[in-house]
Design a protein around this ligand. Sequence first.
Ligand code: GLV
Length: 309
Amino acid sequence: MAIVILRNDDLIPRWKAALQKAAPDIPVYGMGEEVPPGEIAMAAVWKHPPGSLERFPNLRGIHCLGAGVDFILEDPQIPESLPVMRVVDPFLASDMAEYVLAQILASLKGLHRYKTEQGRGIWAPKPYQRMGDLTVGIMGLGTLGQAVSELLLKAGLACVGWTRQSSPEVAFPTFRGPAERDTFLGRSDVLVCLLPMTPKTRGILDYALMQHLPEGALLINVARGPLLVDADLIRALDEGLLSGACLDVFHTEPLPASHPFWKHPLVHMTPHVASVSDPESVAPQIAENYRRLLSGQPLKNRVSRELGY
Ligand code: GLV
């Protein structure tokens, strides 16, 4: 039996090399190679082309090559009985934490604005804030949300957290469910969204939510694009409800050239790079889950279909 890697980018050779290094005894095929369909027991996927999983009659499991599995659960061709696993990796967590801290500092010290003003030849010093002046609200306290909070606390920022269901044990105030959401929002000078993308969270970052943030709050979305209602963000920015938005994820990626975010002065975009799976670091857990799958042992980081993450 073997693993097949299915991705829509040019990283298949790197993932294949990392898997072969981590487990030289496991046969690995990349999409595009001559794959023996009956031999594939596990597909390791990242935004696989539609229908590409149907070819493998003996598939026993799907391993996501990243943390967020929304694109797998949304694929109607994948039988619900097939186990889905996701990546939990220390670099994925620390890279995300570093990215969020960098965006908060860039905003706090006016770096986004000064870069734009430099391009226009404007010299306009403004008062600045200090880290101790801010509370960061983190929506979603899974592995990534907790890693972000740890770094922010270490850096001297105050945090509050919000989860839809259960709150983990953390060293800062947390709020839970719809009833406590607006109290949480009211304390979030910066709102960091790290919620998983599920039918229940789609569109959660809407105008109604933004109205509960302190005036001039900063929004950072590093989760998934469809959590945000794009038109509502533009309205909130244009009305001064928010002072800026740092977006790493979008409804459509790459973001279409005609999208208003490209030119909006208060939208600071990066091309889905906040935290990207490192093949060499992640390959051993995929190999381990492959062995567990074949020997019938419990899988690591198995996704709950019911919860959607
Ligand atoms: C990146 O977006 C991931 O889900 O790992």
